[in-house]
Design a protein around this ligand. Structure first.
Ligand code: THU
Ligand code: ZN
Length: 298
């Protein structure tokens, strides 16, 4: 079992902790499938919602908040029945706007795993305004059920009344809906190919600046992030932050990063190169490789 979960396990009901230990092996990065969840529910005697609330200390153990030392854990439950954990990240010495909130981390985990809808968000602290806005960008966002330890479950529409969202900017294909842009580039570099795939799946309906980040560690493992924009702009999740969050979920440390790549489409209205360098250099002394790709004619 990974050391980072030792303290969290002590906060779990004993029967749940015992059943969970073998799942928290070296490969565990915050994902449990529907089958594993039903086994955990059976062994622990907890109902579905109770089980997800009980698992929050495990999600919170994924946090990396050197500034606030405030550990937030979130779980996104997908339409498939699988769950995706996430946690907050703060970059040491860097502007607070580079932080990742637990809800964003969990939702991006679900997105990167191919979920087409998030139906529940379980979080150990009340979601802030920025996260409510981020969730409102998702497919059927207003219907997402929010579960908190000490509140009755309520849809996002309760937490974000009179919402502003993608429809106000005439965007009708929200985050998590199937969409892909054509980006093509001849390359034999697997990291470039991976970045190209993720950039083509990125969500940039406002700036059209489709992009992705791939980080490589010394042992050749790669960790990706796609750009996820938001109608209110500021709550957008940048690909470097998403990639850093992916890397930490996999129990890797920033000091292992040896290569970093940002791939952007050429026809967007903005570039994330400066912001990505700032975030990267807060955690790793690695040069950011930058590739700009022309979109393919349809
Ligand atoms: N935080 C979250 O992760 N989610 C919320 O909605 C509330 C705030 C994090 C952000 C920051 O790392 C720390 O908690 C203090 O605000
Ligand atoms: Zn938040």
């Amino acid at each position: 079992m990974q050391d980072r979960f030792v303290n969290s396990l002590n906060q779990l009901p004993k029967a749940l902790a015992e059943q969970l230990v073998p799942l928290l092996n070296d490969e565990f990065a915050g994902h449990l499938d529907a089958q594993q969840l039903s086994e955990l529910a059976k062994a622990s005697g907890l109902g579905d919602d109770e089980l997800l609330l009980a698992l929050l200390p495990i999600a919170a153990a994924l946090a990396n908040p050197p500034i606030s030392e405030f550990y937030v854990g979130a779980i996104a439950k997908g339409k498939s029945g699988d769950i995706y954990m996430g946690a907050n990240i703060e970059l040491p010495g860097e502007a607070l706007c580079h932080s990742v909130h637990a809800e964003q981390s969990a939702i991006s985990h679900a997105w990167l795993s191919g979920e087409s809808q998030v139906v529940d968000i379980i979080v150990n602290e009340s979601p802030c305004g920025h996260c409510r806005q981020f969730m409102n960008e998702l497919v059927a966002g207003q219907e997402i059920r929010i579960h908190l330890p000490k509140q009755p479950t309520a849809p996002l529409s309760h937490y974000l009344p009179y919402a502003f969202g993608p429809k106000d900017l005439n965007v009708t294909t929200p985050l998590l809906s199937k969409q892909q842009v054509n980006l093509a580039l001849e390359s034999s570099d697997p990291m470039v190919i991976e970045a190209l795939d993720h950039a083509s799946l990125s969500y940039a309906p406002y700036s059209k600046s489709h992009c992705a980040v791939v980080l490589e560690t010394a042992d050749g493992a790669t960790f990706c992030g796609r750009y996820a924009e938001n109608a209110a702009f500021n709550p957008s999740m940048m690909p470097m932050q998403m990639a850093l969050s992916t890397l930490l979920r996999h129990n890797r440390s920033f000091s292992e990063i040896k290569r970093a790549l940002l791939l952007e489409s050429a026809d967007g209205k903005i570039s994330l190169v400066g912001a990505s360098m700032d975030a990267l250099h807060a955690v790793a002394p690695v040069e950011l490789e930058h590739i700009v790709v022309s979109p393919e004619p349809n």
